[in-house]
Write a protein that binds this ligand. Structure first.
Ligand code: FAD
Length: 559
């Protein structure tokens, strides 16, 4: 059932077996699994409502200290469905090598291999509304043949063609709202912000979750097990905010909560031209997808990646490269201004960013827009409608696996949000090694991705000096901040997702990724969430965790 938390009396205590914080991809995937187990009661807390509202969205606000990065408010969605409200739907499981210890990548190695996750990856396809679990290019040979398409011929075996599935994209809020409403054992509380995770005096057992609404209500959920599924920035924030007993924050004994923050650096490099647009473009252009049948059916795209052998030989991490359309106006001042203007308006309309901030940003661009009106207009049409007439050619665009970096981190800022909670500082840092890896990748692409009948270089290969770091962006994938490691000195959670030293607190989402690979994270988030459900189910049935009395600290009385 769905309940508006603003209708709940202050000081109430709601009891459940399982409390999940956050109804995004991870939280909803877990709730869906437990809907099948009607004897387990679940409370799913979601900060937002069914639609975006600016006041709730503002709770995502924070500060950027490191690599220039997307606005924290505008690049996440704080309402039912979480970031699936704005995601692109690209899905591919991590590669086998991504899970392994790689001696050329410090802090690499998951506590388990891909085989452990494979059955859950397969099941995640249904949750993500993807069609058959088939990532071999050969499995789709009939479709490629029927459409006259082919994988790019490559200059050597050092690169490979990797298949990526595209989800609808499934918007989890819309897709699963009715099931959540009908579920008798799941209470989805909307407009319910978890503000603190409470523990017993020893700090080893979670007793419940404090909840506040923006309308001023404060109540608690008491649960046998609590799962944080609030996203890669909010998971560490909640742990750090929960500092009544463990004063450095829950699970932060080793000072790792919030550290190793990663996103996938995304960057364009050399200009390229396709020998045969018809044969290759639909597979490699990030703006179009190959579709089998109607809209509900398989949608595919293709990336180039260094093989496992190449990564070992060149001592580089993983990466994915596709081609992105380029327009003559891309570099013009007018077009850049039009782009900033559009982003400011979009941040306001789509992500509920305060009007004042958007208007200020939009206003700054107006003089440049007026002075460069023709280029701005043509550029905007090009971006909106992608007409081939205006397209010059393509660029390589690569998504890189970053090196886990201890100094790249999310911390609490002194500034406060509307609930009075500390906002975050996000200090995303890349290292010289990341740049060196990009150099090596560019060399590899410029040699091995180019063939007479496939991709051609246009002009000179791009020197990394001209693009790194000024043209560097992220992918809105927030990872690593509660990393997984069997050793409590090296990780916040163990291999099963449980916070070290706390018997009944688990974390779901990409914050647990120790390394990120270069694939988009959501399919791995969902697979890990489904795996976690098996663990939680077993724990609820056999280990029968106690639901202890909410242990309210005198210094933090309930309102
Ligand atoms: C523009 C964009 C494009 C993307 N494209 C892709 C893509 O193509 N492929 C891919 O794999 N990934 C993509 N992603 C990333 C993907 O959306 C995320 O990896 C995924 O949604 C994360 O799932 P999650 O459940 O961990 O977190 P989220 O989806 O962020 O969900 C967290 C939920 O927790 C709620 N919450 C937060 N704090 C609290 C609190 N204190 N109390 C209660 N609730 C709280 C939030 O409101 C939210 O609903 C994209 C992201 C963006 C922004």
């Amino acid at each position: 059932m769905i309940i508006d938390a603003r209708s709940i009396d202050s000081s109430s205590i709601i009891e459940s077996d399982l409390c999940i914080v956050g109804a995004g991809a991870a939280g909803i995937a877990i709730a869906l699994e437990f809907m099948k187990k009607s004897d387990v009661s679940v409370v799913l807390l979601e900060s937002g409502g069914e639609k975006l509202d600016p006041a709730t969205q503002s709770l995502n606000g924070g500060h950027q200290l490191g690599v220039a990065y997307d606005d924290l408010e505008a690049s996440r969605s704080r309402f039912l469905g979480g970031a699936t409200n704005c995601w692109g739907g690209w899905c591919r499981p991590l590669d086998e090598l991504d899970f392994q210890v790689r001696d050329w990548i410090p802090n690499s190695g998951w506590p388990f291999g891909k085989a452990e996750l494979l059955p859950y990856y397969e099941r995640s396809h249904a949750v993500l509304q993807l069609k058959p679990f088939a990532y071999d290019v050969s499995a789709h040979a009939d479709l490629l043949k029927e459409r006259g398409l082919a994988p790019l011929p490559l200059g050597s075996k050092r690169l490979d063609n990797m298949l990526v599935h595209l989800s609808g994209p499934a918007r989890f809020g819309k897709a699963y709202r009715d099931q959540l409403r009908r579920a008798s054992n799941v209470k989805l509380l909307l407009m319910a912000n978890a503000t603190e995770i409470c523990t017993d005096h020893a700090g080893t057992n979670v007793t419940g979750v404090r909840v506040a609404t923006l309308s001023g209500k404060k109540f608690s959920v008491m649960a046998k097990i609590v799962v944080l599924a609030a996203g890669g920035i909010e998971n560490p924030r909640l742990l750090l905010l929960s500092n009544q007993v463990q004063t450095k924050g829950l699970g932060n004994g080793a000072d790792l909560v919030g550290r190793y923050f990663m996103d996938h650096p995304r960057i364009r490099s050399s200009r390229v031209r396709l020998e045969d647009l018809r044969r290759f473009r639909r597979l490699y252009d990030n703006q179009v997808a190959l579709q089998r049948g109607d809209k509900q059916d398989t949608r595919l795209t293709m990336h180039l990646a260094p093989t496992a052998e190449t990564q070992r030989a060149l001592r580089i991490p993983n990466s994915r490269t596709y081609i992105a359309q380029r327009y003559a106006q891309d570099a013009s001042k007018g077009f850049q201004a039009a782009r900033r203007f559009t982003l400011a308006v979009r941040a306001c309309v789509r992500f509920g960013r305060p009007l004042g901030a958007c208007a200020k940003e939009a206003a700054r661009t107006i003089p440049t827009l007026i002075a460069n009106a023709p280029a701005a207009a043509i550029g905007s049409v090009a971006v909106r409608h992608k007409p081939s007439l205006l397209r010059e050619d393509f660029s390589f665009e690569s998504v890189l696996e970053p090196i886990p970096n201890y100094d790249s981190r999310v911390t609490l800022a002194p500034t406060r949000d509307r609930l009075g909670l500390n906002q975050v500082n996000v200090d995303w840092r890349l290292t010289d090694a990341d740049r060196r890896h990009f150099d090596i990748l560019c060399e590899l692409l410029n040699k091995d991705a180019l063939t007479r009948d496939g991709l051609h270089l246009v002009g000179d290969p791009v020197s990394t000096d001209t693009v790194w770091p000024s043209k560097l962006g992220g992918c809105w994938h927030h990872m690593g901040t509660t990393r997984m490691d069997a050793n409590p000195a090296k990780g916040v959670v163990g291999p099963d997702g449980r916070v070290h030293g706390i018997s009944n607190l688990f974390i779901a989402g990409s914050s647990v990724f120790p390394t990120s690979g270069s694939d988009m994270p959501t399919i791995t988030i969902v697979a890990l969430a489904l795996r976690l459900c098996d663990r939680l189910n077993a724990m609820l049935r056999s280990e029968s965790p106690r639901r202890t009395q909410l242990d309210l600290q005198p210094s933090a009385p309930m309102g």
